[in-house]
Design a protein around this ligand. Structure first.
Ligand SMILES: Nc1ncnc2c1ncn2[C@@H]1O[C@H](COP(=O)(O)OP(=O)(O)OP(=O)(O)O)[C@@H](O)[C@H]1O
Ligand SMILES: [Mg+2]
Length: 488
């Protein structure tokens, strides 16, 4: 029999949670507010799992979590939250929650979490990620308060993807594990890196960025590792590298795929041996900087090409976080829009404008190839362009350039289509020429035909009559292509 202590003031929710579990195997104790939880835990030593609501009548479940976790560090605590701010998810995991669930529940997740909590000693489960924990010395605290949190550093989003990422941020902020963040440009990789730093005990030390794509190799080397006076022509002074400056803090390697093989080797050595030399120096230097790397290019591809070291890859990705493109979490667009409207209105010192429903619709329909950064820039432009207190369609750059025009004007669509395919094919041309010379036309043509027919079939639920009509080809031709391309 497993004993579960459930703390939630919502009786309906509590009843439905308890109803999900076999009363022969799980015994629930239900209390509706926080103050008595600690005395209940003291009186009854046999609680296996604590389920804690965030919004309790007289206190916050997150504050309670901190206190209880201190005295009962082996007790798995599942936080249940009706509020979906990512800050709560980060905080809960950072403070040692076993799991963080949002209401309304996905039943499978809830049952899964309770089962895992009952079966697994939490220390063991998290051992794969947590390498060590440290707290900042008072000297660090007083010395370097340079990473002040701005109101606009928040991770905005309610999609399950973003909530999972926020949980991971809270969890790994408790560790020093090297972390690799990958995802398309503009998805928020740097934002996440900063959030990890800000939520860790390193927050009082610097967060520094080494941009691996912006500098020539030798400059980048001295930027990261520093140099001694006279190390090269023009090195009049000794320079501390970012690795040293970020001691006890975090060093963020942005676009790490662009790091040269020489610097990859040097970075790997410095991670493995926990020491490095400044350029032109022989002394072994050490740094306790946490390393977070980000890439928008595929490192797997780079490794295949021999452009990225496999051993460094594994060193960097002790934990990895994938930032999904905005088009895969479009549910976050309205929230992000509201957030950026507020941000730029504040910057421009004017009231926060509303947005007309058609314009909102455009934002939600668009597929955001430039991800959150593109949305942010669009909102910025819209605010500059807006004449009154309302953002209208014509204020949005994308409405005039693409999405809407596409829907409304077939001629523009024609032109756009050519441009669209051109963008895809042009970069492929050299490869096609190398591998397919003499047969490029046929091979691209069939690939295109196959993709078109397969997409149309999908759109019309495999109905061949509708598909052939829509495509403007005979049913015989359609059947022939289905067979040729094996599209059954
Ligand atoms: N979930 C989010 N909530 C709020 N702001 C976000 C979010 N995701 C991204 N942003 C904002 O979008 C912009 C781009 O994010 P960021 O620079 O972190 O992305 P990136 O993946 O590093 O992009 P790039 O590859 O272009 O450098 C930033 O201004 C960031 O604050
Ligand atoms: Mg970036």
């Amino acid at each position: 029999m497993k004993n579960i202590l459930l703390v939630d003031d919502d009786r309906e929710v509590s009843r439905s949670i308890m109803g999900l579990f076999d009363s022969g195997k799980f015994q629930f104790t239900h209390i509706e507010d926080g103050p008595s939880v600690e005395s209940v835990l003291k009186a009854r030593k046999n609680v296996d799992v604590l389920m804690l609501d965030v919004n309790l009548p007289s206190m916050s479940g997150l504050d309670l979590l901190k206190r209880i976790h201190k005295d009962h560090d082996k007790l798995p605590i599942i936080i249940i939250s009706g509020d979906v701010s990512t800050e709560n998810a980060i905080e809960a995991m950072r403070e040692g929650a076993f799991e963080y669930l949002t209401k309304p529940f996905e039943i499978d997740r809830l049952i899964g979490a309770v089962n895992r909590a009952c079966g697994v000693m939490r220390k063991e489960e998290s051992a794969t990620v947590i390498t060590s924990q440290r707290s900042a010395s008072p000297a660090e605290v007083s010395e370097k308060r340079q990473n002040e949190v701005s109101e606009f550093d928040e991770i905005i989003g309610r999609s399950p993807e973003i909530v999972e990422i926020a949980k991971l941020v809270g969890h790994i902020a408790r560790t020093d594990a090297p972390t690799l963040i990958f995802g398309e440009p503009g998805t928020g990789k740097e934002l996440i890196a900063r959030a990890i730093h800000r939520n860790s005990s390193r927050r009082v030390a610097p967060f520094l960025t080494a941009n691996c794509s912006s500098l020539a190799d030798t400059l980048l080397e001295s930027e990261i590792f520093g140099h001694e006076k006279g190390a090269f022509t023009g090195a009049y002074y000794k320079r501390l590298g970012k690795l040293e400056q970020a001691d006890h803090g975090t060093l963020f390697f942005d676009e790490v795929a662009d790091l040269s093989l020489m610097l990859q080797a040097k970075l790997l050595r410095s991670i493995e041996q926990s020491s490095f030399e400044r350029v032109g120096g022989a002394e072994k230097m050490t740094s306790d900087a946490r390393i977070i790397a980000a890439t928008s290019k595929s490192l797997v591809h780079a490794m295949k090409e021999g452009a990225f070291r496999v051993d460094l890859f594994y060193r960097l990705k002790i934990v990895s976080i994938y930032m999904p493109p905005l088009r895969d979490r479009k549910g976050d667009v309205p929230l992000l829009t509201e957030y950026f409207l507020k941000k730029f209105a504040l910057e421009m010192n004017r009231p926060v404008p509303t947005i007309e429903p058609e314009a909102q619709q455009i934002l939600e329909n668009y597929n955001w190839p430039g991800n959150v950064r593109e949305l942010e820039n669009n909102i910025h432009t819209a605010l500059v362009m807006a004449k009154g207190d309302e953002i209208r369609c014509e204020d949005l750059p994308i409405s005039t350039e693409g999405a809407v025009a596409l829907e409304q004007d077939p001629e523009v669509f024609e032109a756009d289509q050519i441009e669209f395919f051109q963008k895809i094919i042009e970069p492929l041309m050299p490869k096609l020429a190398a591998s397919n010379e003499g047969n490029i036309y046929n091979s691209v043509h069939s690939a295109m035909e196959r993709a078109l027919i397969s997409s149309a079939l999908k759109l019309y639920g495999s109905n061949q009559v509708k598909t052939s009509e829509a495509l403007g080809i005979s049913r015989n031709t359609l059947r022939d292509r289905i067979a040729r391309y094996n599209l059954y």
